[in-house]
Write a protein that binds this ligand. Structure first.
Ligand code: FAD
Length: 227
């Protein structure tokens, strides 16, 4: 079913990434899921693009975070023609990567813009006070590419159960960021009792899944989205 939602806030998180906050209009989704947005790119053409929800249901807005794709038709529309108070049609919710309700340790691995669905899940866990040990591994190219750093660092300070590891593939190591691919910093050897959530490009997500499987992860406890 299609729903019409109104854009309340459009914010640039960096030159290439925008955060779009919509009125929730009573819509419901599970953290980690996505919506299919119907974008009217011209007077006679509507295209469908999927965007993960980076907010959880307890947040004030239904939020998506979009990275501009060079020559991208949908992102071109959202960056250049879609403004506050405009409406858009969306279908939701879709996706099977959702938080599992049990007491296992959580591992999140997000690469690049793949952090978006993980943010929704981390935010939900923050509302619960991180009941289980939770580690977020976040890989990006440069420091400027990192999204919602203040919020994630705040959770890291406030909750003993939340561990946050960042690695930048094209920047030098700093006091709180590592250097290189995030994969090489996942050093734990036994993932047999964890729930794992992965999102990044198809190649990166598969590499991460393979690594976890090679370290005793249970296939059915790995949840993966790729784009
Ligand atoms: C389940 C799901 C969830 C998603 N969630 C998000 C999200 O939260 N945030 C977000 O920004 N995007 C997300 N995406 C990607 C999004 O749906 C679009 O594919 C993306 O925004 C590009 O759309 P476009 O119309 O601008 O590009 P298009 O016009 O479709 O593509 C333009 C050109 O760029 C290439 N291209 C397309 N995508 C990429 C890419 N990612 N990297 C490099 N080249 C590319 C195409 O091959 C083409 O040549 C998600 C995709 C899926 C399937």
């Amino acid at each position: 079913m299609k729903h019409t939602i109104t854009l309340v806030k459009k914010e640039y998180l960096n030159k290439e990434v925008i955060k779009l906050s919509f009125n929730k209009h009573g819509l419901e989704w599970k953290s980690g899921q996505f919506g299919m947005f119907l974008l009217p790119i011209s007077s006679d053409e509507i295209i469908r693009r999927a965007y993960s929800f980076s907010s959880c249901l307890k947040n004030k807005y239904l939020e998506i975070i979009v990275k501009r794709v060079r020559n991208g038709v949908g992102t071109g529309y959202l960056f250049d023609n879609f403004e506050e108070n405009d409406t858009v049609e969306t279908m939701l919710p879709f996706g099977h990567m959702t938080l599992q309700n049990n007491t296992q340790e959580n591992i999140f691995v997000g690469v690049g813009i793949g952090i978006t669905p993980l943010l929704g899940m981390i935010r939900e866990l923050a509302f619960q006070g991180f009941p289980n040990k939770t580690t977020l591994y976040y890989g990006a190219r440069h420091k400027a590419d990192l999204i919602e750093q203040n919020e994630l660092r705040k959770y890291e300070k406030e909750y003993n159960n939340f561990h946050y590891i960042v690695s930048l593939s094209r920047d030098e190591k700093t006091s709180n960021t590592l250097s290189g691919r995030i994969l090489q910093h996942i050093t734990e050897q036994d993932f047999s009792k964890h729930n794992m959530y992965i999102c990044g490009s198809p190649e990166a997500s598969q590499d991460i899944k393979d690594l976890l499987l090679s370290r005793k992860a249970v296939d059915t406890s790995i949840f993966k989205e790729a784009f």
